[in-house]
Design a protein around this ligand. Sequence first.
Ligand code: ADP
Ligand code: ZN
Length: 463
Amino acid sequence: WGYTSFRPLQREAMETVLAARDSIVVLPTGGGKSICFQAPALVRPGLAVVVSPLLSLMKDQVDTLVGNGVAAGLYNSSLTPAEKGRVVAGLRDGRYRLLYVSPERLVGEGSDGFLALLASCDVGFVAVDEAHCISQWGHDFRPEYRQLSRLRQALPGISIHAYTATATSQVRRDIASQLGLRDPVELVGAFDRPNLLYRVLPRGVLKRQLLDVLARHRGEAGIIYCVSRREVDTLAAWLTAEGVPALPYHAGLSDAERSRNQDAFLGERVDVIVATVAFGMGIDRSNVRFVVHAGAPRSPEHYQQESGRAGRDGLEAECLLLSSSADFMRWRVMLERGGELSDASQALLRQMERYATSVGCRHRHLSEYFGDRYPKDGCGACDFCLNELETAADSVVIARKVLSCVVRVGQRFGAMHVSSVLRGHASEQVVSRGHDSLTTFGLLSALEYRLLRRWHESEARRE
Ligand code: ADP
Ligand code: ZN
């Protein structure tokens, strides 16, 4: 490989393979996971089986390995019958050091023959890449990964190693139990990106807020994520008209247009790209100085991945989340429509909402969410630690009044209604329900309606 040193935890990860000790390795994207199983595969006797869900990634890795003279093969649905035959023959001859397999081909329906073939080969270890896909609690659950539990029975003597970029402790436990790992070594890398400056703001007048960000980053590269394609198109056109050339990027564009826009961004011919959260892959450029979310994504995992496209070069970059409670309602509707509204997806959404509404160090929040301890008291690189957040002196008192009103109206009304009651606004709805005679009516009449609404989404802190 020609590297002069290990990246964090790479040596430890490789040692677990050499010692045939089951392991779970959690390193952020770009942390260098693949070498953790590729290098030991060349040192250890036997065949290394690599499970990977993404056909294109699989092909890239195998091509690179073969290009470097490593006997690596690939077995997935993209092969012709003749190619499959060649791989099977190669396996029988013990020709490979590494074999990349899709989970379907390895343990899916009709794969018994292939498993039996592997069992008769000299398999040294199995590496499961993107292992979070096995967990229903993860953000990218793939049912075909569940079948991997059969590996342990089919290949009882070998060690299994799981690799992923995002795994909360719950997902890690799930990976261990699903794969039947035996007392696995857990290696969790540092997730914090100290060069990223995190900010969260309630979404107000979006265009105004975007202009503020752009003014801080004149002539610099940035990505703006939106929830809908229509918003992407509108914003890209508007930004261009405002003198900030911007291109759209979403699944509704033709392949040709999408790759043209992507190339323009990567080739630094345009600096701002507006993308949907659902389709932001491939827009990696190392000098991205800001990533703005014009709406919250559906999980902290998504947020970490998308905001993480900023500052790949290690220099300071800003990650701004503009969100409102409407984002989360919208996601619930969208997930429901797509048949994806599971307990797990709702839990992730709630976690994202927690990030968007909590008051505290953002670096700490994200690190701890991903199961990493955050050692510093103040990060010096988030809105909270930089003292940018608006705070009210009597937040606990306000919170009590809000809650008290929520209880008085029978916990059956939304923030808008409760705010009206608290402000003492005798609207038709308020009066018709007799809520103008509650003791909480007009209790916070001095607060602006807009502010009051926002209080419902904020966190009260006892200092
Ligand atoms: P991941 O799978 O964790 O996202 P990769 O395995 O694709 O990351 O590695 C990311 C990049 O880091 C690759 O370009 C790889 O060649 C490089 N890399 C990995 N290990 C090292 C190392 N020890 N020193 C320098 N570069 C490394
Ligand atoms: Zn902080």
